[in-house]
Design a binder for this molecule. Structure first.
Ligand code: IPD
Ligand code: CA
Ligand code: CA
Length: 265
């Protein structure tokens, strides 16, 4: 196992987190992307540059997929998947729920995930076959097996006229009524890590990109959780939708999703 890659991913996430906190203090410019609500800040770009320049310098044959830059395809077996700030809307409003998300994939298989939440001083990480951790403490998904006692998380796509958006409003209502509560924190990476740590019992969302979930997915699975597409099939980034749970609630969650015709949207 390439331990040094884990240490480098952790250091990069930590350093980018420190940089994000500095921007929170000194202020930053904000611009828009696909729509007026899809934001990117000066800090997103600075954090990305900090991470990418180290990867390029130390691992010139590694591929990189990072949200704010063109993808780099190289000949080596490793690929880094980076979201320099997941939860940019929160970051722009001074809310603490934003994270730096870094995953490393080897020959197509995710092997390392690191999610740093600088404002909460929390680092979630996992390495294939070694479990998932919050700092030095191993984490596990919850043991709740009843919807009514469970707390869920979801998120909504920026495209607010889409079928997926409307369907998720319906699903939010259904899960809200069937459970102890549903939260919308605004960072898919954090939602996955909080589910991995048993704070949430399950999470679902449509229209996500690989950089939103690559690190969180391996952290979830190493914490004993289950991750599939929203129709219950083997997870596939191309469908862009995700259902993550403690495993015990997975079939009940799928039942609710199917009942609302939300599995194939
Ligand atoms: C977003 C967050 C959010 C999710 C959006 C993502 P960004 O990422 O993960 O929770 O609902 O779909 O795009 O834009 O803050 O990196
Ligand atoms: Ca993101
Ligand atoms: Ca982002």
């Amino acid at each position: 196992m390439p331990i040094h890659l884990l240490q480098i991913a952790k250091k990069l996430a930590h350093d980018a987190g420190k940089l994000a906190l500095k921007y929170q203090e000194k202020g930053f410019s904000i611009s828009t992307k696909s729509s007026p609500i899809d934001l990117v800040t000066e800090a997103d770009k600075a954090c990305e540059e900090l991470i990418l320049k180290t990867i390029r310098a130390h691992f010139p044959d590694h591929s990189i997929l990072s949200e704010e830059s063109p993808a780099i395809e190289q000949s080596g077996d490793y690929k880094w998947i980076v979201d320099p700030i997941d939860g940019t809307g929160n970051f722009a409003h001074g809310l603490p729920f934003y994270a730096i998300s870094i995953a490393i994939v080897h020959k197509g298989k995710p092997i390392i995930g690191v999610v740093e939440i600088p404002a909460l001083k929390e680092t979630f990480w996992a390495q294939e076959g070694r479990g998932a951790y919050l700092g030095n403490k191993q984490i596990h998904v919850s043991k709740r097996d009843k919807l009514q006692q469970s707390m869920f998380a979801t998120g909504f796509p920026y495209a607010r006229e889409s079928d997926r958006y409307r369907k998720n409003i319906e699903l939010f209502d259904a899960f809200y009524k069937a459970s102890n509560g549903v939260r919308r924190f605004g960072s898919a990476a954090i939602d996955l890590c909080f589910t991995a740590a048993g704070r949430f019992d399950g999470f679902w969302e449509y229209a996500l990109k690989p950089w939103d979930i690559a690190a969180g997915k391996i952290i979830m699975e190493e914490a004993g959780g289950m991750v599939t597409n929203m129709d219950g099939s083997l997870f596939n980034h191309k469908l862009e939708n995700i259902l993550a749970s403690n495993g015990l609630l997975h079939s009940e969650m799928l039942r609710v999703i199917k009942e609302h015709g939300a599995d194939k949207v």
